[in-house]
Design a protein around this ligand. Structure first.
Ligand SMILES: [Zn+2]
Ligand SMILES: [Zn+2]
Length: 421
């Protein structure tokens, strides 16, 4: 939408989907109807961002649009998140595919001076989940109006992605029941709008956060020999972890350990009793992650002995990495190439060391990256107060989701061999 509110169809969409199957023409007409509303929906969500765990108004807004369109749905626990009823296929049995969008925002103050800037002080859609939600709502409305497809499908509006627990909540609510596959898009401000990135294999890192408490014995800063100085112990431990983990991991296996927080002490001349450190392990393989965790445990035990301190590391649940299933990814790739042209589909993106709870849906999956970089604005990364996106990408997102469902093989394909545990 431009400043005057006029909607322009992006020129990247090269293909008319009408030739693919009879459902395509009906869907295409409905997409044309919904297209001008996509920026309106996204801007509403952008103005009213809610933190992970508090997505009540966002859920209510999305639910109202579904109710108005007479689309059945189930609310998530605590009225956060939505799973729409499964839309049946034209013929049965048919595969059931889910489309997922995350709906939560971040504790970041928006710095953009725009007419639809966040009205919730200190909270911002700085990860593009407003765009994900608008794309999925638009897709859901268009597909429902268009009638039956060759496949059955449902939409999942998931809360609490940024805190890593929303996918589990949706799974507990029945989100993956009977699914053959699940698909998601994430905006990517490094990729120009009109492009997508669809790559098989690892997409995001295995992530395990931890807390290490170092307990010593406090005392006067002038007489450390009468104390067990936990700050000195913590400093030694950080250095050891940073040196030992990479040196004791096969260099072909990427792994990162970061201590992002150290807290301890109150005055320059007092040695405190304890120091608390918080950190995270990132890798692309569970065995590598487990090895790093065991290394940290061993270094904690050895350092504790060396300094006569007590060191207690506590590890959070291991968040799995997203691994794009080869069969599902191939279907997505073919649909995207047909829609946008080969040159606008990137297939060899290196995986991110970031974490993404899309991994927690225990079915074959594909996470696609949707280019949102505007040619007119400078790039600002995700999770910054100046993050923005080219809204023309919203329609590209809808078209991709729809095209994949239209082209999904209606014949049953056993994906058991591809499924991750
Ligand atoms: Zn994020
Ligand atoms: Zn995100």
């Amino acid at each position: 939408m431009d400043k005057a509110g006029t909607f322009h169809q992006p020129h990247w969409i090269t293909k008319s989907s009408k030739a693919i199957n009879p459902a395509a023409a009906r869907v295409s007409a409905q997409i044309d109807r919904i297209a001008p509303r996509l920026p309106v929906i996204r801007r509403h969500l952008h103005q009213h961002p809610e933190l992970s765990g508090a997505e009540l108004a966002t859920t209510a807004y999305l639910a109202k649009q579904l109710s108005d369109a007479k689309i059945p749905y189930l609310l998530g626990a605590g009225k956060r998140g939505i799973i729409t009823g499964t839309a049946p296929a034209a013929n049965s049995p048919a595969p059931v595919i889910a489309l997922r969008a995350d709906i939560d925002a971040l504790p970041i103050a928006e710095e953009n001076q725009i007419s639809y800037r966040s009205k919730n002080n200190g909270v911002m859609h700085a990860c593009g989940h407003d765009a994900h939600s608008a794309i999925l709502l638009g897709t859901t409305l268009a597909l429902h109006r268009a009638g039956k497809l060759p496949v059955a499908w449902r939409s999942i509006f998931q809360p609490a992605e940024e805190t890593g627990c929303g996918a589990g909540e949706m799974v507990a609510r029945g989100a993956v029941k009977g699914l053959q596959a699940i698909l998601a898009l994430h905006v990517d401000p490094t990729l120009p709008a009109g492009h997508v990135s669809i790559t098989p294999g690892p997409q995001s890192a295995f992530c395990q956060d931890f807390v290490i408490e170092v307990r010593g014995k406090g005392g006067h800063g002038a007489r450390p020999h009468n104390t067990i100085d936990p700050i000195a112990v913590a400093a030694q431990l950080v250095t050891l972890i940073y040196q030992a983990v990479p040196r004791q991991t096969d260099a072909r296996d990427p792994v990162v350990v970061t201590i992002g927080m150290i807290q301890g002490g109150q005055a320059p001349n007092i040695i405190p009793n304890a120091v608390v450190m918080k950190g995270t392990i990132r890798s692309f393989d569970q065995a590598v992650s487990d090895h790093a965790r065991q290394n940290i445990q061993r270094l904690c035990a050895g350092t504790a002995r060396a300094f006569r301190a007590r060191i207690a590391p506590v590890f959070d649940r291991l968040l799995q990495g997203v691994i794009n299933d080869p069969y599902v990814t191939d279907i997505c790739l073919k649909a995207a190439r047909g829609l946008l042209g080969q040159h606008r589909v990137v297939t060899d993106r290196r995986p991110s060391m970031g974490a993404e709870d899309f991994a927690d849906y225990p079915v074959p999956k594909c996470m696609m990256l949707l280019g949102t970089r505007s040619p007119r604005e400078k790039i600002t990364p995700l999770h910054t107060g100046t993050f923005s996106l080219d809204e023309r990408a919203l329609l590209v997102g809808v078209r991709i989701f729809v095209q994949i469902l239209l082209e999904w093989p209606s014949k049953h394909h056993d994906l058991a061999g591809c499924r991750r545990a």
